[in-house]
Design a protein around this ligand. Structure first.
Ligand SMILES: [Zn+2]
Length: 349
């Protein structure tokens, strides 16, 4: 166990505030125990003067950090990181950040009674109901890191609202809430859990920006952008990647232009110009079947200006060429390349 200086800072946060933030319903200094054994009378008791708690039902007890560990079923360092984020306190020793990242690595619970058959026959399926519930419970983007990221990608507050972009601040807490509500298996089956079905972690382990994918008003997919660690974009596990903003084709007529972008942010940014922009999550996720929906439109591809962009452009071209369609292209150095083009086009049309 690494030594963390100034634990006092953590231990001095009022225990009742921590309990509330963990979702414990307080009746004065008492509450029903988080272990679930209480039926009528609350056994969980808090002593605010000493900042400790004890359960007279299961005899568990401890300080604020222990409470977080018990309720979120996490280890010491994860509890510290949760408190850090919730209450904006940070440890003084700088090496903590290293320990933090190793502490948040996936922890797989020893398999006692893993249903092997369930694991083998498991098929991952999108679950719009769970995705919607999750999105509804995420905050609007409020951290500077998230806001800076969006604005630097030309995503205004209006676009943020329009596409219902959210942020995930406390993955461990979100895990707990999701599993309490839906159960491990359902959350696992829709691709949101890391590791095995017994995993204690979501696929998102850090602060992330959350992009919901809507089709016919249902959330069909979620992609997250995390910071400070790779990969930058996190996709759901085992779920086929759909196109972002696919529904836009319902508002188009024959001969209208459709712009295929690499990834979600470019598609959102481009859509602010009033064009139909579709986000593709990697060249390999665009298939001949998907292309069929776009055969009556004029096709533009907007690749990034790098090698990956070149591959992306070629693969989109190949697929549409196989239907005898021409593909026009732009480099996505700056959306204003497209903006500029559109204004000139209007002039000469
Ligand atoms: Zn108890």
């Amino acid at each position: 166990m690494p030594k963390i200086n100034n634990l006092v800072k953590y231990k001095s946060i009022p225990i009742l505030s921590i309990a509330k933030r963990l979702g414990i319903k307080l009746h004065g200094k008492k509450a029903m125990c988080f272990s679930g054994h209480d039926k009528n009378t609350p056994s969980l008791s808090f002593v605010p003067e000493k900042n400790i708690w004890k359960c007279f039902g299961c005899n568990k007890k401890g300080d604020s950090i222990k409470l977080v560990m018990e309720v979120l079923k996490c280890d010491f360092l994860s509890a510290i990181s949760w408190i850090s984020q919730e209450f904006s306190v940070y440890p003084d020793n700088s090496i903590f950040s290293n320990y933090y990242s190793s502490a948040t690595k996936e922890k797989i619970v020893p398999t006692k009674e893993v249903d092997k058959k369930a694991l083998i026959t498991n098929t991952f399926m999108p679950n719009p109901e769970i995705y919607k519930w999750f999105i509804d419970h995420c905050n609007s983007v409020s951290k500077k890191q998230g806001i800076d990221y969006l604005r630097s990608h030309n995503i205004s507050l209006d676009l943020e609202k329009k596409y219902n972009i959210k942020e995930l601040s406390h993955p461990l807490y979100a895990y707990k809430k999701l599993v309490d509500k839906w159960g491990n298996e359902k959350v696992y089956n829709c691709g949101m859990l890391a590791g095995t079905i017994n995993s204690n972690f979501l696929i998102w382990k850090n602060y992330s920006i959350i992009f919901p994918f809507y089709t016919s008003n249902e959330v069909k997919y979620i992609q997250a952008r995390q910071f400070d660690r790779q990969p930058k974009y996190l996709n759901l596990k085992g779920i086929k990647k759909p196109l972002f903003n696919f529904d836009i084709i319902n508002s188009l007529k024959q001969g209208d232009s459709v712009f295929f972008c690499e990834g979600v942010p470019d598609a959102i940014s481009l859509s602010s110009l009033g064009v139909a922009a579709i986000g593709v999550l990697g060249a390999s996720s665009f298939t001949s079947d998907l292309a069929k929906h776009f055969l009556f439109f004029k096709i533009y591809v907007v690749p990034d200006g790098d090698n990956g962009g070149e591959v992306f452009k070629k693969s989109i071209e190949e697929i549409f060429n196989s239907y005898g369609k021409t593909v026009y292209s732009f480099k996505m150095k700056d959306k204003y390349d497209v903006s500029d083009y559109l204004s000139r086009k209007k002039k000469y049309d």
